[in-house]
Design a binder for this molecule. Structure first.
Ligand SMILES: NC(=O)c1ccc[n+]([C@@H]2O[C@H](COP(=O)([O-])OP(=O)(O)OC[C@H]3O[C@@H](n4cnc5c(N)ncnc54)[C@H](OP(=O)(O)O)[C@@H]3O)[C@@H](O)[C@H]2O)c1
Length: 286
């Protein structure tokens, strides 16, 4: 298959490119600087010259707090950018893959969100991603949307790396203990996406690792797996005010993957352990 990856320098984009390069697929990777999702004409021209089977759209504006101040940019990239990519992939008969987020939900539920639950974003980021989902659907019926949560991996910045950096600084860590979600390893998202592509699936799928935790417990597990000692103090969200509101509870249940017997996402602690095994030494010396 000919596969285009957009946003190829981001943490998920790089995971896709690295993984797909070990397969028989032909990969065409574009970073923000080589293909801007805001530039519809260039996207169409590029896709026409490649004629891809699949377009994996990992391009996104992901600064959750800054989005409250840079609203226009968040909508341009996450919503209009998604529309451009979806429409351009439709024009060349390619399947389009979009990644969305647990932050499309308001967090008022106290059991895991399934695909049927109505989104009600409470931040600009969440709303821009929700419109990205809508547009991806609307402009190419041959689409796949995977909602993922609390991503980490070897590439780019993420919570795991922040925890390690803070722990190494020797200062106590103050981490929020009243927001519930599921940490998810980018490698698992890549493998789950490929599984869905191989099975010619379409539509929306919750695709996070399994189980639930808080940021505080997540931080403790990272330190435990790495054998790092550090004082971690649990705090409430109100003690750490942020520009964007975050859902209190945004655990995703991979309901449709389960119904279709396609769920290969691992328990979050198992995936984290695997990540630490792969990258632990390197993370500690970074
Ligand atoms: N990170 C998470 O915890 C999380 C949670 C749930 C869902 N998601 C979703 O998962 C997907 C992957 O996230 P990620 O963590 O890999 O994000 P990321 O590391 O921020 O990567 C996003 C990439 O998109 C690029 N980009 C930004 N604007 C662009 C534009 N106009 N045209 C082309 N590329 C552009 C960025 O490049 P520059 O940096 O050069 O601008 C960056 O390389 C996103 O859709 C995100 O919304 C992420």
């Amino acid at each position: 298959m000919k596969i285009v990856v957009l946003g190829s320098n981001g943490q998920l984009g790089r995971e896709f490119v690295n993984y797909l390069q070990t397969t028989e697929n032909k990969i065409f990777a574009f970073s923000h600087s080589t293909l801007d999702v805001e530039d519809l004409e260039k996207i169409i021209k590029t896709f026409r010259s490649i004629n891809p089977d699949v377009v994996i759209n990992c391009a996104a504006y992901t600064k959750v707090d800054k989005a409250e101040e840079e609203k226009d940019l968040a909508y341009r990239v996450n919503a209009i950018g998604a529309k451009n990519v979806s429409f351009a992939s439709f024009k060349v008969n390619a399947k389009v893959v979009y990644f969305s987020t647990d932050y499309v939900f308001n967090g008022k539920k106290n059991s895991p969100y399934i695909e049927i639950d109505p989104p009600e974003p409470i931040s600009i980021y969440g709303e821009s991603k929700f419109w990205g989902e809508q547009y991806t659907r609307e402009f190419n019926s041959n689409h796949l949307i995977l909602r993922v949560s609390w991503l980490y991996g070897g590439y780019g910045n993420n919570f795991v790396k922040t925890v390690i950096r803070l722990a190494k600084s020797g200062k106590p860590l103050r981490i929020v203990n009243d927001q519930y979600g599921t940490p998810t390893y980018t490698l698992d998202v890549v493998k789950q996406t490929i599984k869905l592509l191989e099975n010619a699936r379409i539509g929306i799928y919750h695709s996070s690792n399994i189980g639930e935790t808080t940021w505080f417990e997540f931080a403790n597990k990272v330190l435990e797996d790495l054998g790092l000692e550090s004082e971690v103090i649990p705090i409430e969200s109100k003690e750490y005010p942020t520009l964007a509101k975050r859902p209190k509870y945004s655990v995703l249940k991979n309901y449709f993957l389960e119904l279709e017997k396609l769920d290969i996402m691992r328990q979050w602690k198992v995936a984290l352990g695997d990540f630490i095994n792969n990258y632990g030494e390197w993370l500690l010396n970074e």
